[in-house]
Design a protein around this ligand. Structure first.
Ligand code: MG
Length: 402
């Protein structure tokens, strides 16, 4: 649980903040003055500190200086709280190394969003530092990275392929959508497994050009299928955090739709919880922007990552894809069954479509039908297919028995 230290001498303000934080399930510690605040910071090592600027004895600047000198507290995210909004105060605080500044009175949302933004930045930083320090890349991964860089430098995009896995409506049995999935066929390495390729492309940022390429191609392919008579078919594209934070991302999406003369609602962007939580504020604003133009948004692998429901509430979500972990053997696992039925129920109440991922057996399918999950995806119906094979099952009108 995230632990937050509140250093504030005014009792009513302090208690108000503590109530707010506890309502959001944060673990809290409180100090009524700067001296106690510094002692508690050193002994408890909280995840974040909210500190009033104007206090008797040691003021907020004094607290910050003391904490930055102590190695154990030096990197704890620190947010100043102040009644004054003077530029000079702001500058002084920032120069001493404060991470953010809230002017009292602030709203609950301002407080929570400042906290969320600091915590996610800190998490990214820690992750970057720890991958840097403990980097032990296997020789195979190094080789894949070398080839991947070369492929991208030479713009040999023809080595990449997009496969499509059908998503099937459980009440009609019909294919309603296709998830596009990246494959890489290298002349020397052969078919590189997505479980090797994707994490490597993500961690090196090389996912950015590839992700854009997939998006562009998926739109082009969808247009071909629409023209072939499958006007309702929706295509889902997985996004990476690198794409989501591009300032021109939504313009790019609109451009791909426009050049292919596609309606925005036939495109669905899939984001995992972890991608959203990496930079929650920019994720929310980009998703809202894209969604307002009609593009659909899906939360991918739901339940497998970490996310706070408070953010999910702020997101424009059309589809919830329930992680395969919960689906596997669901009929014999009462805990998975309880979680999945609760998610389906939540989806129904919030008007969010639920899709079960990784459905492999009739038993799993029957369970999902009984509890009225909206759609399924998985080997039971079809594995991911190259476009030509996907097209065959479209023309053959392949359906799930209902
Ligand atoms: Mg996906």
């Amino acid at each position: 649980m995230t632990k937050i230290l509140v250093i504030e001498d005014e009792k009513s303000v302090r208690e108000n903040i503590l109530d707010l934080l506890e309502a959001e399930d944060f673990d809290t510690i409180a100090a009524a003055n700067g001296r106690i605040g510094v002692e508690l910071a050193v002994s408890e090592v909280p995840d974040l500190i909210l500190c009033d600027l104007m206090m008797p004895e040691i003021d907020g600047y004094g607290v910050l200086i003391a904490l930055r000198e102590e190695s154990v507290t030096a990197n704890i995210p620190f947010i100043f709280l102040t009644a004054r909004a003077a530029r000079a105060d702001f500058r002084q605080g920032m120069e001493l190394g404060a991470d953010d500044y809230l002017t009292k009175p602030f709203t609950r949302d301002e407080l929570l969003s400042a906290i969320a933004s600091r915590l996610s930045k800190q998490a990214n930083l820690t992750r970057k530092v720890s991958t840097f320090e403990t980097q032990t890349i296997s020789p195979k991964a190094q080789m894949i990275e070398k080839y991947l860089r070369r492929t991208l430098e030479r713009r040999h995009f023809q080595q990449f392929l997009v496969y499509y896995q059908p998503i099937v409506d459980l009440s009609s049995g019909k294919i309603i959508a296709a998830e596009s999935l990246l494959r890489w066929q290298h002349p020397e390495l052969g078919m590189v497994s997505p479980t090797e390729l994707i994490p490597l492309a993500e961690s090196t940022g090389l996912i950015l050009p590839i992700g854009d390429w997939v998006l562009k191609n998926a739109c082009k392919q969808t247009k071909l299928w629409h023209d072939a008579g499958f006007h309702e078919l929706r295509v889902a594209v997985n996004l990476s955090s690198h794409q989501l934070i591009q300032p021109d991302f939504s313009q790019k999406v609109m451009k791909f739709l426009l050049v292919n003369d596609l309606l925005p609602n036939c495109l669905e962007l899939e984001l995992t919880e972890n991608i959203i939580m990496q930079d929650v504020n920019s994720a929310i604003s980009t998703m809202k922007e894209v969604h307002s133009s009609g593009v659909k948004i899906a939360i991918d692998d739901f339940g497998a990552g970490y996310s706070a429901l408070i953010y999910l509430k702020q997101l424009p979500i059309d589809t919830l894809k329930i992680d395969r972990y919960f689906i596997q053997d669901i009929a014999n696992d009462s805990q998975k069954a309880a979680i999945t039925t609760a998610l389906i129920e939540m989806g129904r109440n919030l008007n969010i479509q639920t899709v079960a991922e990784g459905v492999e057996t009739e038993q799993e399918l029957n369970f999902l039908r009984r509890y009225k999950c909206d759609a399924m995806q998985g080997f039971l119906f079809s594995r991911p297919l190259p476009p030509a094979e996907f097209e065959k099952i479209l023309f053959a009108n392949k359906q799930l028995n209902v």
